[in-house]
Design a protein around this ligand. Structure first.
Ligand SMILES: *Cc1c(COP(=O)(O)O)cnc(C)c1O
Ligand code: SF4
Length: 333
């Protein structure tokens, strides 16, 4: 749903859109929500701050506290619930840091934490406790990351992740990929980003030029959990990314009350394909402190995915996986 007046407003730069809604009162008022029970929500906000771009909010149903997009960004009292199985670093990222900002867990591919910043703060995020400030490849640390990659010829793919790499300026993105371009054994460059979905204005022509400057084959893994996230503007953004020749994939997280129904997941797959994106992973929630209320149990997850398999062509069925510490890959369920 479009907010009144949004069409009359002058276009804002994507940088200013990054500083959209960042406090609970603004979020409640933008979503036309009753100002109830804010104390607990405020505590949740203090543990992991609120951040939502206006474009994403434009797609929620105003006044509906159960809107599947709103639930992904609204700080809630349930985040304060403690559970022994839900810990600050459930996937063992700390143990796989090989140089500052370099995660090398799986054969042949390394993941670079390019920044700690995101355009949106997803309440279920497994990196909500990640100590980004100490571990990303900003500034001089890029040299060490490049050395690590250059010295290991078994690495054929570099994944730009974060945070969200698209919060970086195009200049900073060039700084990274210009260095990767000259490393012969890197054949593929992958970009993990939620920004084409949550802040499509970021994908401007200078950004498209950056993609075209990359020597490797490019894949872009976006992150959408619900078909409502993929409105017309997002669709045309994804189409322009597709035209660069990049392969577009999607990862979702299975989230209670957001997308834990077959109808919702089927609609998402259909909508992704309309936007030229193939479903890649459906992640079982990483058991991160503060996210218990999003958890869907494995039996339900397996049932959902087998229903999808019986309904959709194989290429529209995402792989249902969980990340287990110490495994050689994500683990299929
Ligand atoms: C998920 C992940 C990858 C990518 O795994 P794929 O199965 O290739 O998508 C790479 N590195 C790390 C640290 C990851 O968590
Ligand atoms: S965009 Fe990705 S990394 Fe950032 S908060 Fe959301 S899920 Fe986490």
């Amino acid at each position: 749903m479009t907010l009144p007046n949004s069409e009359q407003e002058p276009a804002k730069s994507w940088q200013s859109q990054l500083r959209a809604i960042q406090d609970i009162p603004s979020l409640y008022s933008a979503g036309r929500l009753d100002l109830d029970n804010q104390e607990a929500a405020q505590q949740a906000h203090e543990l992991f701050s609120t951040r939502v771009p206006q474009d994403f909010l434009n797609r929620i149903k105003l006044g509906d506290k159960n809107d599947p997009l709103l639930l992904q960004v609204l700080p809630q009292a349930q985040e304060l619930i403690k559970h022994a199985d839900f810990t600050p670093d459930p996937v063992g990222d700390q143990a796989s840091i090989k140089a500052e900002g370099v995660l090398h867990k799986y054969h042949g591919r390394v993941l670079l934490i390019t920044t700690g910043a995101c355009a949106i703060h997803c309440r279920y995020c497994f990196r909500r406790h990640f100590p980004y400030n100490e571990s990303h490849i900003g500034g001089k640390r890029l040299d060490a990351a490049i050395d690590y990659i250059r010295d290991d010829p078994s690495i054929s793919e570099v994944i730009l992740s974060g945070g969200d790499p698209l919060t970086l300026s195009n200049e900073n993105l060039h700084r990274i990929t210009d260095r990767l371009n000259v490393i012969k054994h890197i054949k593929r460059l992958r970009i993990h980003t939620r920004i084409p979905v949550v802040l499509p204005d970021r994908v401007n022509s200078a950004f498209i030029d950056w993609i075209s400057s990359i020597r490797q084959q490019v894949s872009i893994v976006i992150h959408a959990n619900h078909a409502n996230e993929l409105d017309k503007k997002v669709q045309s953004t994804l189409e322009s990314l597709h035209q660069t020749g990049a392969v577009l994939l999607n990862q979702s997280v299975l989230l209670k009350d957001v997308n834990d129904s077959t109808d919702t997941l089927i609609a998402l797959s259909h909508r992704l394909f309309e936007c030229r994106v193939l479903p890649y992973y459906l992640h079982q929630l990483d058991r991160t402190e503060g996210t218990v209320h999003f958890n869907v149990n494995d039996d339900t997850a397996i049932e959902l995915i087998s229903h999808l398999r019986n309904t959709l062509p194989g290429y529209l069925v995402p792989k249902l996986v969980r990340e287990n510490t110490g495994q050689q890959s994500k683990t299929p369920l």
